[in-house]
Design a protein around this ligand. Sequence first.
Ligand code: GDG
Length: 468
Amino acid sequence: MSRLIVISNRVSPPKTEDGSGAQGGLAVALAAALREYRGLWFGWSGRKTDKFTGHIDMQRAHGVTTATIDLEEQDVEEYYNGYANRTLWPLFHYRIDLAEYDRSFGSGYERVNERFAETVTPLIEPDDLIWVHDYHLIPLGQQLRERGLKNRMGFFLHIPWPPSRLMVSLPYHEKLVRTMLAYDVIGFQTEEWLESFCHYVERELGGTVDPDGVIHVGDRSVHAAAYPIGVDFKEFTEALESDAARESFERLRTSAAGRRTIIGVDRLDYSKGLEERFLGYRRFLEKHPRYQRKLFLLQIAPPSRGEVATYEVIREHLDELSGRINGEFADVDWVPVRYVNQGYRREELAGFYRAAEIALITPLRDGMNLVAKEYVAAQDPEDPGVLILSRFAGAALQLKDALLVNPYSKDEIADAIMRAIRMPKEERIRRWKAMVEVVRQEDVVAWRHAFVEALEKARPPVRREPTP
Ligand code: GDG
């Protein structure tokens, strides 16, 4: 069996035998994939160094080998805070108004991709399967090919692919997209993002797309398909059984004192539609005064990307808006918004999800959205909660039995909250059963198997002759 080399911007070393101590479901999933296929996980350590040395820190823990490098301050500023998070992230989430185009970002992005390629190449054996993750590393495959690697290589994009009319606003967009032809398999979260990518290839690169998803541009053929990511259903339901989950369930139910909880869990990011969500909730309170004291919104929003100014701005707006709503509606014994800027352990989150009667997950644009799936996975089958989900999340294409809303419409959000409150138990159970089936079947294990299988099938491995 070939080894699997996973390459992503950051590497999260697994902390426990089953990886459950690692932050985020994706880290857990990738650690599990690496244990299955042996191999290693390569990426940035998250640390800064004065001068880039290319030193690789190799560690092995709980069956997973990680190899990390440190980056220079300037690298982090231009590649990570710059091109990845100030240029590509907003553009790919349809926010060209927020996208910044700065030459230094572009050159920093190229430089760091070269640094990744240069340092990882000696670790790769001829039969290895290489799986590159996300928008930070789009040109990496090309960089590896330039260093003579003939391995099978795949790329998975965790975020949306924007419509061509937006994509062309990126300087040198064609150069960037052409580098993707170096991969053998390109994966997207949904058919929608895949379609946008194919449209770009036909329109801007003069390529063709076969009905089976093979893209041809010049003499290159690449297999492109949708591989919707899922949660680790087994790991998550086990987390629900933990003491920490039980305690956080009790903690929330006790403090709710009979009121219903509407929960939201999101990184503090403008793509998650938090301001619009608060305004939709405010509209609900305004329209239905008699419900005012019967529920509250618990928004968990751990800060992210604090070094990027737009994230500071959104944080200020949300502080202000939650304060305003609370000032307007609160009473001595009731606060309508509990807005929390800290992260919790996975087990604790699982307990909070279970305790909340309604989830309000309304990103303006989201590649998939795992929180929606985690909420479904955490529900009590006898008495499940209601999921209100943005139609612009990739997850909406699979979770069709959620209450789907337009996150830009305050009235749709307010009406969906009302509908969720009034929804009879039988309907809640029927909708939840349909959703949990999808979440269980199309979980993260199915996702990685489907992707790796496509990569294995992409073409026979090319064995390099040993150099004499
Ligand atoms: C990108 C794409 C795509 C959140 N708060 C805490 C916490 N989380 C965990 C959630 C979930 C993960 O972080 C967030 O995943 P999402 O999918 O919701 O969103 P992004 O971070 O934007 O992820 C997205 C994903 O990649 C995977 O492909 O679905 O569309 O944007 O697992 O539970 N985890 C802990 N404490 C917290 O406070 N432990």
